[in-house]
Ligand binder design. Structure first.
Ligand SMILES: C[S@@+](CC[C@H](N)C(=O)[O-])C[C@H]1O[C@@H](n2cnc3c(N)ncnc32)[C@H](O)[C@@H]1O
Length: 331
């Protein structure tokens, strides 16, 4: 943990200021140590270079969600070049320029693949928060970047000071909370007035097959041991992989074929990925205890509840929402 992160950290229990009470080594990059809240006295460890700033209580479901995703990100921890185009698709029309010189929060950073990109896009500082063991993969994946900070914390009790962030992005995360609205309400106050909030979420619209087949299966598989779920996902990836190679790859240049195939807009974009990445995407669909497929009006309501003015709400790949907004100046 770099010392300057203290300027933005806050106690998740009472929002009090946090101070460093023990640091090893004493120098800038602290590997082990302890933080304490000046207001309520709560103590938080720094372990393996990561501040673990968790609220006093966590819902069992949230812990299970983070633990299961942590397994995924530790097992599939590599960073691939295709992630850049994929991320830009998820956040458009917000682009790289929105990051330049900004203090940015990746809300639910997983293995840290987008932290690296936010840094490369020119962000001044990038903070990644995740609840689970994924933070260790994220810290490892960003260890060479001086402007990236990884924090273990809960997005519904974020360990950051109000009005300390210029841009929040959250990709594929808030639909996994017990109540996505709670994530919007908790994160929005972290933005400076005029700050931007960018999210990518599962849509209910356009996801008929997923809602009929995948979601009911997920309710079962999310209770099964993860090595078994990974094995099942791998088996399902074989026919999917064959379809990607034989149908969706040619459909990238043949519009009539593309129109005839289900989930064409989405699956054509998976063609460049290797088998292992498609396996991890399939695994991701079956491991989470909670997945909300959100209707358009609900996404708009989430922004309104956070006091964020919606600037863009785009149906991405005809099966998900890419939405962005701005925190109003006067609050
Ligand atoms: C599908 S993954 C997406 C990760 C990352 N945004 C990406 O696209 O690579 C969802 C992530 O959200 C995290 N998460 C879920 N609930 C959380 C919470 N309450 N607080 C912080 N992170 C949470 C999980 O641990 C997981 O790493």
């Amino acid at each position: 943990m770099k010392r300057r992160l203290l300027d933005w950290l806050a106690c998740p229990a009472c929002q009090g200021a946090i101070a460093l009470t023990r640091a090893v080594p004493e120098a800038d990059d602290i590997r082990e140590g302890e933080l304490a809240c000046g207001a309520c006295g709560a103590r938080y460890p720094i372990a393996r270079g990561i501040p673990r700033v968790l609220p006093p209580t966590l819902a069992t479901e949230a812990v299970a969600t983070a633990a299961r995703f942590g397994y995924e990100w530790m097992r599939f921890s590599e960073i691939r070049p295709e992630y850049e185009e994929q991320m830009l698709g998820w956040i458009a029309p917000v682009g790289r320029d929105a990051f330049v010189g900004r203090r940015v929060l990746d809300a639910g950073c997983g293995k840290g693949r987008h932290l690296r990109l936010a840094s490369a896009f020119g962000a001044k500082e990038v903070i990644g928060i995740d609840l689970g063991p994924a933070v260790d993969a994220a810290a490892e994946n960003t260890a060479d970047l001086d402007n990236v900070h990884v924090v273990q914390g809960d997005l519904t009790h974020p360990p950051l000071r109000p009005a300390s962030i210029d841009l929040i992005y959250s990709i594929g995360v808030l639909h996994h909370l017990g109540e996505p609205e709670a994530g919007f309400r908790a994160l929005a106050p972290l933005l400076v007035p005029g700050g931007r909030f960018v999210v990518w979420l599962y849509a209910r619209e356009g996801n008929g097959w997923v809602l009929t087949l995948v979601d009911p299966a997920r309710r079962l598989t999310s209770r099964l041991p993860l090595p078994l779920v990974s094995g099942l996902a791998r088996a399902l990836t074989v026919p999917l992989w064959i379809a990607l190679r034989l149908l969706y790859a040619p459909a990238r240049t043949r519009p009539r074929l593309a129109r005839a195939l289900p989930y064409s807009s989405y699956l054509r974009d998976l063609v460049p990925f290797p088998f292992r990445e498609v396996h991890s995407i399939a695994f991701d669909q079956f491991l989470a205890p909670v997945a909300h497929y959100m209707e358009r009006p609900r996404v708009a309501r989430c922004f309104a509840e956070g006091g964020i003015t919606l600037d863009s709400l785009r149906w991405h790949h005809a099966n998900s929402w890419a939405a962005s907004g701005t925190r109003s100046e006067a609050r």
